[in-house]
Design a protein around this ligand. Structure first.
Ligand code: ADE
Length: 240
């Protein structure tokens, strides 16, 4: 899968994604990352990319022309229609389901805004899909794009090796993950739960499932309701 990021801060995205698991996935060729500096596409003599908002108000707005030309450069090089995500707090909130869905794309363009926003006309012309990573406002779309790239990449075949397997992770069935422990058996007077030392795989699996349910019920009652709903429909409406 190839991510194409349109941004005013390409080095920020390159630095963030070229580290750790995503970095290794790039080195292996399981994912690819290209960044395009929107400023390079400004036709203005000082390479300006923003201007005052019509109607007044604080802050600056990114102009349509450099954004559109940067986007066209990627689209034309690929020679096909490419799904384009615009990172913005006005978008639909990103979740694991969306991460899995986007992982099915061969190419994905991510447009990062800055300042007070981007001229609406270029968003309409491109036909962007607006995605937010949560109900708070960032200074720009770059961190949001990195969050999306990271979460999507984990769902691209080959990116997670056995050592960082994602099959039993949080949200795989609307449940939070069970608590994990590693050596030593006792630390600061706290012991690892006995059952995990028993070697009894079935009991361990049962305990983990219970812990997942407990955690989800306590910490995320919204997810718990979803998980419960699925269990009930999976057993023909019987209340488990
Ligand atoms: N840009 C600024 N804030 C954002 C958010 N919460 N999600 C995505 N992009 C953003």
């Amino acid at each position: 899968m190839h991510f194409h990021v349109l941004t005013l801060f390409p080095e920020m995205v390159q630095n963030g994604i070229s580290t750790s698991i995503t970095g290794r996935a790039i080195a292996r060729g399981d994912i690819a990352l290209s960044t395009v500096n929107i400023r390079d596409y400004s036709t203005e003599k000082h390479k300006k990319v923003d201007d005052y908002p019509y109607g007044g108000g604080a802050g600056m707005v990114m102009q349509a022309q450099p954004v559109y030309d940067a986007w066209r450069s990627v689209r034309d090089a690929l020679g096909k229609d490419v799904r384009t995500v615009f990172l913005s707090p006005q978008g639909k909130v990103f979740d694991q389901q969306k991460a899995r869905e986007l992982a099915g794309e061969e190419d994905l363009i991510l447009l990062c805004g800055h300042y007070e926003g981007v001229d609406e006309r270029v968003l309409e012309e491109i036909g962007v899909e607006e995605i937010s990573i949560g109900d708070y406002v960032l200074t720009g779309g770059e961190l949001a794009a990195m969050v999306v790239i990271d979460a999507v990449s984990r769902n691209v075949p080959g990116v997670l090796t056995n050592a960082d397997s994602g099959t039993e992770e949080s949200f795989s069935e609307h449940l939070l993950e069970y608590p994990q422990y590693t050596r030593p058996e006792e630390w600061m007077g706290r012991r690892v739960p006995e059952i995990l030392l028993s070697g009894h795989h079935e009991n361990v699996a049962k305990w983990r499932k219970e812990q997942s349910l407990l955690r989800t019920k306590e910490r995320r009652p919204d997810l718990y309701a979803l998980a419960n709903g699925e269990e009930m429909s999976g057993s023909c409406g019987k209340n488990k």
